[in-house]
Ligand binder design. Structure first.
Ligand code: A3P
Length: 296
């Protein structure tokens, strides 16, 4: 794979009503027919909501005892396969998942809830969904598209924000995503819905909640170690979690571990953009169960 080869930016297209690029639709039949196992744990998010953070927390909770080798030699994206990715010559997400040697399998997805392979529901798999407030989520997604040439060209911030509000994004509308997954919680009980802002506020408390959902009981020392390993600074330094192993990302444009804050949107939204966003938000977000925080 020639790093210097300039691969053109992919174009967004409509896929059953959801914005997509071919990297996430090429392997569609294998994704839809994916065979989940009852002990699989699905980590679902809209892109840039804290996927990597929660993936690493779960990986450490389950596998830290396997020793340092695993932690220093296998990138997190190989330990927690990205179900829908199909970006040759990298292995497909479904193949990586099928070959995982460890149990339980931790599997990451950005699919909107209606696209999740039915086997996960049939097997009653545990599901962890992470949501992040729309404004910070949009800012993070903008910088991510700037630095990852595997994603569509984001254009200027004002253009990107307009597209975000219209749901013209890879993996579709943020509004549909967080609402769709939240509705699933009403009918599917093996489900933990959590928030990026809560993790920022008190990561230890969120680890406790995750442990209680997963029936894990780490010792206080183990828990402290997990907490210390998953700080923003440590994950930014850690080559296995900071995506420095990923060719399509140019971290000199914007690092994958960019800021890790609640409220960075204030440095991006103009007053007018913020007013327009809030007005539009009220129309789209009528579910009273879903309350986001924009500052801590
Ligand atoms: P920012 O771009 O706002 O910094 P994902 O993993 O879903 O792609 O999300 C990436 C976002 O989560 C980035 O947000 C990244 O910095 C943030 N993030 C990752 N690990 C983090 C951590 N340990 N603490 C705080 N934020 C973290």
């Amino acid at each position: 794979y020639d790093q210097m080869e300039v691969r053109p930016r992919p174009e967004l297209f409509d896929f059953h009503g959801v914005g997509m690029i071919t990297d996430f639709t090429e392997n569609w039949d294998n994704i839809q027919n994916f065979k989940a196992r009852p002990d699989d744990i699905l980590i679902a998010t809209y892109p840039k909501a804290g996927t990597t953070w929660v993936s690493y927390i779960l990986d450490l909770l389950y596998f830290a005892h396997m020793g340092q080798d695993r932690q220093t030699s296998i990138p997190l994206h190989d330990r927690v396969p990205f179900l829908e990715i199909c970006e040759p010559p990298m292995p497909k997400g479904t193949d990586l998942a099928d070959k995982l040697p460890t149990t339980p399998r931790l599997i990451k997805t950005h699919l909107p809830v209606q696209f999740v392979p039915k086997s996960f529901w049939e097997q009653r798999c545990r599901v962890v969904y992470v949501a992040r407030n729309a404004k910070d989520n949009a800012v993070s997604y903008f910088h991510f598209e700037r630095m990852d040439s595997g994603m569509p060209e984001p254009g200027k911030w004002s253009t990107f924000l307009q597209n975000f509000m219209e749901g013209k994004m890879v993996f579709g509308s943020w509004y549909d995503h967080v609402n769709g997954w939240c509705e699933k919680k009403q009918t599917y009980s093996n489900f933990h819905y959590m928030f990026y802002e809560d993790l920022i506020e008190d990561c230890g408390r969120e680890i406790d909640r995750l442990c209680s959902f997963l029936s894990l009981s780490p010792s206080p020392e183990e828990k402290e170690r997990v907490k210390a390993s998953v700080t923003f600074d440590n994950m930014k330094q850690n080559k296995m979690t900071n995506y420095s192993t990923f060719d399509s990302m140019n971290q000199t444009i914007s690092p994958f571990m960019r800021k890790g804050k609640v409220g960075d949107w204030k440095n991006h939204f103009t007053v007018a953009q913020n007013e327009q966003f809030d007005e539009d938000y009220k129309q789209k977000m009528k579910n009273p169960d879903l309350k986001f925080r924009y500052e801590i």
